[in-house]
Design a protein. Structure first.
Length: 360
């Protein structure tokens, strides 16, 4: 276990990369003093996905209140904060600028350092959060080298973490991210948005071997592909509807939704877990970390933890989806390594993880 030998600091984190407006205060990169999230999921459900303009307008309405609540829950004032971290990218441009500008204003007014944080780096550092102060289980720090599987609506990547702030991107999705595939298949099955929880719920009681959906192994690479799987599910749905005497797009269906959901879910998780385990063996990683919204999936959590040699770090459910505690945690490690961002920074909607500055 690696113990934190860095100096103490309290970081205020602000997150608005997509459809959650969030703020949190984290101490020493691990202890969450507050974590406030205003979700827009219900608002976007009627669109079948995130509507960018609606998201940015809602961020503007709620960001001040969310930050104020995070400080209040931590029983701190802005003067008690050592630095302010905000998501700089990647994400929706109109959403990113709201949280980033809020953080800029707070930094300018208080004289506190500003730290622009990569959203995916935030997800990586969700694995360092120890929620025992809030009733969670005490958690040791991850040990390097570490293989991280990042799975979310927009990203599916395998990353080798060599040390704090030092990453090697091994591979990623060539088309749909895992979470995006969940959303699209859920829409095909008429389950609604967001797709991940809907598919997981629908799969309960289903047979994961009922349909032999393909696995794109992409051998000799660490990349992923879920577009073919998604298309296979679509063809299977159309075939079943024809057999039932229904039109190919008939929504009044009697489809075996539980079996379809369970089989699709297993196909996704099988590839994710297998590749993560092989990567850990190949790069002699001592431990595994899964993070991102799809890491909340129950089957993924169970399979990644089963028959795995070594320690597996999985954040609590409420730190898997977008939140500001992870941004504050990542901001802490940037801060103690001497990183500081100028106030004239811009949002970076397509910021690659491998362009991050490493630890000095």
């Amino acid at each position: 276990m690696t113990e934190n030998t860095f100096p103490p600091a309290r970081i205020l984190g602000v997150e608005s990369s997509c459809d959650e407006t969030a703020a949190a205060v984290v101490e020493n990169g691990r202890t969450v003093l507050s974590n406030v999230v205003a979700s827009q999921a219900e608002m976007h459900a009627k669109y079948g996905g995130v509507f960018p303009e609606v998201a940015s307008r809602q961020h503007i309405r709620t960001v001040y209140t969310v930050v104020e609540e995070a400080l209040a829950q931590a029983h701190l004032s802005l003067g008690d904060i050592d630095a302010i971290a905000a998501t700089q990218g990647p994400g929706l441009p109109g959403s990113l600028v709201v949280g980033l500008n809020m953080a800029k204003g707070l930094a300018l007014g208080s004289g506190k350092p500003l730290i622009g944080v990569h959203h995916l780096e935030g997800h990586l550092y969700s694995g360092w959060i120890d929620d025992s102060a809030n009733g969670g289980e005490p958690k040791p720090e991850p040990t390097f080298p570490l293989i991280a599987l990042l799975v979310s609506g927009g990203h599916t990547e395998l990353v080798l973490i060599k040390d704090h702030l030092t990453y090697e991107r091994l591979g990623g999705t060539l088309d749909d991210a895992a979470g995006e595939a969940f959303d699209k298949v859920a829409r095909m099955l008429g389950l609604g948005y967001p797709g991940g929880p809907k598919i997981q719920q629908a799969a309960v009681g289903g047979n994961p071997a009922a349909f032999k959906f393909p696995r794109a192994w992409l051998e000799d690479t660490w990349n992923f592909s879920f577009s073919g799987l998604k298309t296979s599910v679509l063809h299977q749905i159309r075939k079943l509807r024809e057999e039932l005497g229904e039109g190919p797009e008939d929504e009044t269906v009697t489809l075996p939704v539980a079996d379809l959901s369970a089989s699709f879910q297993m196909a996704v998780v099988d590839v994710l877990v297998t590749k993560a385990r092989y990567a850990a063996q190949e790069f002699k990683a001592k431990e595994l970390l899964i993070a991102g919204g799809v890491s909340a999936n129950k089957l993924l959590r169970e399979m990644i933890s089963k028959d795995t040699n070594g320690v597996v770090h999985i954040p609590p459910i409420h730190y898997c989806t977008d939140n500001a505690a992870m941004i504050a945690a990542a901001g802490y490690y940037r801060f103690v390594h001497g990183h500081k961002t100028e106030l004239d920074i811009d949002a970076l909607p397509t910021w690659p993880l491998d362009e991050l500055p490493a630890s000095p």
